[in-house]
Design a protein around this ligand. Sequence first.
Ligand SMILES: NC(=O)c1ccc[n+]([C@@H]2O[C@H](COP(=O)([O-])OP(=O)(O)OC[C@H]3O[C@@H](n4cnc5c(N)ncnc54)[C@H](O)[C@@H]3O)[C@@H](O)[C@H]2O)c1
Length: 368
Amino acid sequence: MMLRDRIRVLLVGSGEIARRVHLPYLLSQPWQPEILVTDRDPSVAERVAVEFGTRAHRGSIASARAQIVVICTPAASHADLAVEALAAGMHVICEKPLAIAAGDARRVAEASRRHGRRVFPCYTNRYRQDVEILRDLLASKRIGRIRELSAQWTRRHGVPGTQGGLAAGVLWDLGSHLADLALHLTGWSGEVTAFAAAASPAPVDEGVAPWYGGTWCGESRPAAENRAEGPAEDTVHALARVAGHGVVRLLVSWNQQGAGDEVCLQAVGTRGVAELRTVFGFSPDRQRIEGPCVRVSDPRNARWQVVLDRQSREPVEYRRQLDVAYASMTGADPPEAADLDVAVRSVTLCDAFARSLATTSSVAATLA
Ligand SMILES: NC(=O)c1ccc[n+]([C@@H]2O[C@H](COP(=O)([O-])OP(=O)(O)OC[C@H]3O[C@@H](n4cnc5c(N)ncnc54)[C@H](O)[C@@H]3O)[C@@H](O)[C@H]2O)c1
């Protein structure tokens, strides 16, 4: 590609996910994008620009005159920043969750349509090979019609060390991934009744202890100011009935003090059960997970049949997702409009859970 054809990408928010995933990905691309970084704190952007050999941008999103904006800020700011970038004629890659209110997620989707620009939400786990295998299995109807989808993500001791994760709370940090996967795997939409309850926060040392003491994060060990003052709401159970389809059940915990991090997605169908058992994200426990990854019940002999026995130890899904994102932004592949629709639904579901937590009563919503 000629230099004058270089695509300019603006990263908004120069924190952990920008440095760990987005910048290394962009710097490794043969199409050599021109990369600008910005941050609410300009000194952070300057530092990161020097670290990665890119340029810091000061000023509005529009003034960066980029083709693609990557939003890597804490969740509460995603929707406004995405709408601002779309209005300035830019495509958007937005870290999860797309928004933390159903109305905001719809606003982003509407702005995408109105301005004719694409939005790619980074629900990274959709791009795991094991999730794709489970999705194909469910679509094949081997277990019949799905009646129940349970999803559980528990960390032994993995409270986020950054404001980006911590400020959103465990429901939006881990639960937004699971709500998204539940709807991505089942394809469910329609009227929903949701209820959620938080376990009482477990006492942990030094307020909320950071991600594995920072060993996996290396030098990005969280600064003292990023630690919560006291015990955070670290565990949430959530249940939703989707009319005409079935039940979604979630359990998310940052701090279960168990033997290891674990994710389990289980679909109960009219003719059997399919499940995925693994570890998501950058957890060090990915290195030691054993046993089959995806399996399905065999109604003929009441045994499990292994569909995928290999566990993925490297977090390759982060790069896979960005391959898809940039291919759709740069026109190589047509974008999947349905992917954004599912993201809007999953924000709506999480929003219903969040409102239920706040009100301690069930909440009705429409997954449109
Ligand atoms: N896809 C995944 O699996 C995954 C993994 C980790 C984090 N994330 C998401 O990434 C986002 C960021 O998380 P993080 O851990 O990098 O957070 P972080 O706290 O390390 O970084 C966020 C940065 O954004 C800056 N910022 C805040 N508001 C801003 C604004 N309005 N404009 C510009 N800059 C602003 C902050 O100064 C900070 O430098 C979160 O939404 C989180 O959920 C996604």
